[in-house]
Design a protein around this ligand. Sequence first.
Ligand code: ADP
Length: 162
Amino acid sequence: MIRAVYPGSFDPATFGHLDIIRRSSTLVDELIVGVLNNNAKSPLFSVEERVRMLEEVTENIPKVKIVPFEGLLVEFARKMDARMVIRGLRAITDFEYELQMAQTNHKMEPNIETAFLTTSLEYSYLSSSTVKEVAAFGGDISQFVPEIVIEKIQEKMIKRRV
Ligand code: ADP
């Protein structure tokens, strides 16, 4: 039984994240999407909101479970009884940080391996921060995120303006 954890901030989830979730879920028996609760990053959405959005957008993808976490990823993976961590690689700029994280995690917990999926070309430019920036200026984000995420971002932006 292969259980993997795909951790991230998902603030908010984009088509790039969904692509990694869809593809990695076909490689494992269970995929736990770990939603990081890290207030130091001042997220736009609370961890509960991010979990709920991910649950909605992944409801038709089998074997996927959304679980919030805080603290060390290796501890979360251990708690979930997962030996594999999935991360996405977009460009060379992701590589250095991801390599460092993977090696640190492996040092802390040699039983846990990180596997990387390269981004699908059509999403290689896509990040949650770009989506938030475009949305803040009233731009069209329908090519970047699912419908439900568009609605939630718009609600947030309206609340921030009043
Ligand atoms: P973090 O704050 O951990 O970087 P993110 O939510 O930004 O969290 O990303 C989670 C994971 O998804 C990371 O491994 C990141 O490289 C990957 N990812 C983000 N956007 C894309 C994309 N467009 N294509 C492929 N992987 C992506």
